[in-house]
Ligand binder design. Structure first.
Ligand code: S3P
Length: 166
């Protein structure tokens, strides 16, 4: 069994920031799955959504995750929708542990407001829209070894919680 830590959670829950700190503390490789996709595609996520559509993005995401999951001693920050595809959840389950970061809807809304790089919230990043997306994804986010509410916590504090709990 591989020892990776996969960080899941909605946009704006601190996956990348926490993942980076966690990897430094553990001395492991940090992998930002969105960045792997951008490197592979040679263009931004916003551009992939615009030119090829979400299904094409999800296909690249699944391929990137499968490749990353074959290695070990990594902290992997996944994109907020990576948990949706069953094969992605299986890839993560079979390659380490899953840490799900959460935050209050208000916190998420405040963190993502004005961010034009997130295509799924570009047209509407209201509390209502975020709540409805969260509701649709909750069962997938709940499929984790550890869940941490990041609301009001520092990145360092969340990283410490992960280390203490795993
Ligand atoms: C997405 C989240 C984004 C990125 C893409 C789709 C989602 O990643 O993968 O825009 O479906 O929630 P972050 O959660 O890192 O913003």
């Amino acid at each position: 069994m591989k020892n990776n830590i996969f960080i899941t959670g909605f946009m704006g829950c601190g996956k990348t920031s926490v993942g980076r700190v966690l990897s430094q503390r553990l001395g492991w490789t940090f992998v930002d799955l969105d960045q792997v996709i951008v490197d592979r595609a040679g263009t931004s996520i916003k551009e992939i959504f615009a030119s090829k559509g979400e299904p094409a993005f999800r296909a690249v995401e699944t391929a990137a995750l499968a490749e990353v999951a074959s290695r070990q001693s990594q902290v992997v920050s996944t994109g907020g929708g990576a948990v949706i595809a069953p094969q992605n959840r299986e890839a993560m389950r079979g390659s380490g542990r899953i840490v799900n970061l959460t935050a209050s809807v208000e916190t998420i809304a405040a963190r993502v407001t004005g961010d034009s790089e997130r295509p799924l919230l570009a047209a509407d990043a209201s509390v209502e829209r975020i709540s409805s997306m969260l509701q649709g994804r909750e069962e997938y986010y709940a499929d984790a070894d550890l869940r941490i509410d990041t609301t009001g916590k520092t990145i360092e504090a969340v990283a410490s919680e992960v280390i203490d709990s795993l």
